[in-house]
Design a protein around this ligand. Structure first.
Ligand code: PBG
Length: 335
């Protein structure tokens, strides 16, 4: 028998197939569902998002109604994004700290009503700044790194006090993990609140639908100065290294599908840090539209895309397909 004969038809039955990839299986524990909470609609309403099929922005009460049945189906974790009225925005993003902001209103409520749910909160200024950038700007329009991380740390403390289990800074500024870890430690929240760093985040075109959802596109300029160039594997590792050194509890690669090599590199370099991979809004839309156009079956394509990320080294999968996956994973014995 030649050693190269590995594909005898019939040899790989269901059970045998699973043994060849037991570390690449999917389970509901790995999934994080991104959700948008807003004050653009009344608390009990929700609204469609242009260019983002089947995703909605929810008022505070509507979000609870949306999540409750999903928690009953096995939803374990969400990541929360706040979307607020433009009249509340200013250059320093002060509204992020307001007790009236949608995120701060819904955090204690979700903790009380859905105690089994783990809540991550995206931490970024772009949804709250009038200019739409992820940091505070200097007069010349470039990012003021120190002012930005001081502000981010203040907001992180607010979210942690409100009951967030995980703070997930997505801005990419140098030093923000250190600033957040320190403020949490000083306030005795260091061991109860984890920091999931968007560590290797590329300046990707695949964030398009999200920027509609969060109404966070920059009014001038772009984010290429503080997000990683898509050509650079080296910077992705250095950014992860920076965040590990600053005390990040978990790392992230974003987007997922076009960056499978980066997932593998980061996991190999930091095997002891849980690695989250964000299947972003554009990847979601791409799969959704292609399935609609009968290019393939949605469920098969979503599962295949996520298994690819697991194979590359993802421990945690952030995906807008989470509600469907709760059903799909229940129906199948395993993937
Ligand atoms: C905010 C943020 C973005 C995403 C998550 N957090 C947009 C961006 O950086 O421009 C994108 C998520 C998605 O596309 O699903 N900084």
């Amino acid at each position: 028998m030649e050693a190269s004969h590995i594909l005898h038809s019939g040899y790989f039955n269901e059970t045998l197939r699973s043994w060849h990839g037991s570390n690449t299986l999917l389970s509901t524990n790995q999934l994080i569902y991104p959700v948008f909470v807003t004050d653009l609609v009344p608390d009990e309403s929700s609204e469609e998002i242009p260019n983002f099929p089947e995703q909605r922005r929810y008022g505070v009460d509507a979000l609870l109604d949306h999540l409750s049945p999903l928690v009953n189906k096995g939803l374990k974790t969400i990541i929360l994004f706040g979307v607020t009225n433009s009249s509340c925005k200013n250059p320093t993003g002060d509204y992020a700290s307001s007790k009236d902001s949608p995120v701060r209103r819904c955090l204690p409520m979700l903790r009380a009503k859905l105690p089994s749910l783990t809540i991550a909160v995206d931490l970024c200024l772009c949804g709250y700044t009038s200019h739409g950038h992820c940091g505070i700007l200097k007069p010349d329009g470039t990012i003021d790194n120190q002012a930005s991380i001081t502000r981010l740390a203040e907001i992180a403390l607010d979210f942690a006090k409100d009951g967030a289990h995980i703070i997930a800074p997505s801005d990419m500024m140098d030093g923000r993990i250190d600033a957040i870890k320190k403020i949490l430690l000083v306030n005795n929240l260091g061991s109860s609140v984890a920091v999931l760093s968007y560590s290797s985040k590329f300046a990707s075109c695949f964030y398009g639908p999200f920027r509609d959802a969060a109404q966070s596109a920059p009014s001038a300029g772009n984010r290429r100065a503080y997000q990683l160039p898509v050509v650079s594997a080296g910077l992705a590792i250095r950014a992860a290294e920076r965040d590990v050194n600053e005390g990040a509890d978990m790392l992230m690669v974003k987007p997922g599908g076009p960056f499978l090599d980066i997932i593998k590199d980061v996991k190999q370099r930091f095997p002891h840090h849980p690695l989250a991979v964000y299947q972003v809004s554009g990847e979601y839309a791409m799969l959704w539209h292609a399935a609609r156009a009968n290019a393939f079956d949605l469920r098969t394509a979503v599962i295949e895309s996520l298994i690819g990320m697991r194979r590359a080294g993802a421990d945690i999968l952030i995906t807008y397909f989470t509600p469907q996956l709760l059903d799909w994973l229940k129906e199948a014995q395993q993937y």
